[in-house]
Design a protein around this ligand. Structure first.
Ligand code: C5P
Length: 233
C-alpha cells in the first residue's frame, strides 16, 4: 500500500481492435448488441458509476468521426494505435490534468457492473497503486506445446482471470506506459514489470469479454435480462 489518493477519476477505453476472432469484418467495438454498438454499451456502463468523471475512447483511426457522432460531446475520442498498449497511450495523452485515478477498460466488455467500477476506484483511493478485478478460473488449465503435447498442468487453486476496468494511480500507469511496451494484453502486466505490487478485487460474470461470435449471443442475453429502467442508467 502506498498513499491514499483523492481526486478525479478518468477511464481510458481502448476500442481500436480489429476483432478478427469475432469474424464480422468491422471494428469489434462497433459491432452491435441489440442494435447499439458494443462501445456505446461499455461507455454507458462506465458512466453509470457515480465515481467516473471523464471517459476517453481510443477508436480505430478510420472510425474516429463516426465514434464521436455516436458517443456525443461529453466523451473524448482519439485515434488508437496498432496494439492495445499503444491505444491506451493515445488516450492517456489527452486525459485532463486534474485526473489522479485512471481506470482502463476494454470496449469489448460492454456490461461491467458499476459495483465493480466502484470497488476498483475504492481500492485505489484506499492506497493501492494498481488494482485488477478477477474471477476464479473454473477449468483445469494446461500449458500445451505447439505440437499439441501437454507440458504441465497448473494448480487451479490460485489461478484467476483478469478483467477490466483495471485501476491505477495516474503516476504509476504513466510510468508503466513510459516504457513503450507493445506486447501486453492488460495494463497490470506493465505495472508488474516495474516491480510494483498489483492487488485484486472481485470481478463479475457480467464483465465478460466479447471475443468469439457466441459471446455476442451471451451479450444479447445479458441485455434482455436487464430491467428496461436500468438500461440507459
Ligand atoms: O483483442 P482484445 O479483445 O484483447 O482487445 C482488448 C481491447 O483492446 C479491445 O477493447 C480492443 O478494441 C482494444 N484494442 C485497441 N487497440 C488495438 C488492439 C486492441 O484499442 N490495436
Amino acid at each position: 500500500m502506498d498513499h491514499p489518493v483523492s481526486g478525479r477519476v478518468g477511464v481510458l477505453v481502448p476500442a481500436a481492435g480489429r476483432g478478427e476472432r469475432l469474424g464480422t469484418g468491422a471494428a469489434k467495438a462497433l459491432c452491435e448488441i441489440a442494435g447499439t454498438p458494443m462501445l456505446v454499451h461499455a461507455v454507458r456502463s462506465l458512466a453509470s458509476a457515480a465515481s467516473v468523471d471523464t471517459v476517453v475512447v481510443a477508436a480505430p483511426p478510420e472510425d474516429v468521426e463516426a465514434v464521436r457522432a455516436v458517443l456525443g460531446a461529453d466523451i473524448l475520442v482519439v485515434a488508437g494505435g496498432d496494439s492495445r498498449p499503444e491505444s491506451v497511450r493515445c488516450a492517456l495523452r489527452v486525459l485532463p490534468a486534474e485526473v489522479d485515478i485512471v481506470l482502463v477498460h476494454d470496449a469489448a466488455r460492454p456490461f461491467v457492473p458499476p459495483s465493480v467500477v466502484e470497488a476498483v476506484v475504492a481500492a485505489v483511493r484506499a492506497g493501492h497503486d494498481a488494482v485488477v478485478p478477477v474471477l476464479p478460473v473454473p477449468d483445469t488449465v494446461k500449458r500445451v506445446a505447439a505440437d499439441g503435447r501437454v507440458i504441465e498442468t497448473l494448480s487451479r487453486a490460485d489461478l484467476y482471470a483478469a478483467q477490466t476496468p483495471q485501476g491505477f494511480r495516474r503516476d504509476v500507469l504513466a510510468a508503466a506506459h513510459a516504457k513503450s511496451w507493445t506486447d501486453a494484453t492488460d495494463d497490470a502486466l506493465l505495472v508488474e514489470r516495474l516491480g510494483i505490487p498489483v492487488w485484486t478485487v472481485p470481478g463479475a460474470a457480467d464483465a465478460f469479454k466479447v471475443t468469439w461470435p457466441e459471446d455476442l449471443l451471451r451479450a444479447e442475453a445479458v441485455l434482455a435480462a436487464t430491467p428496461v429502467a436500468d438500461r440507459d442508467a
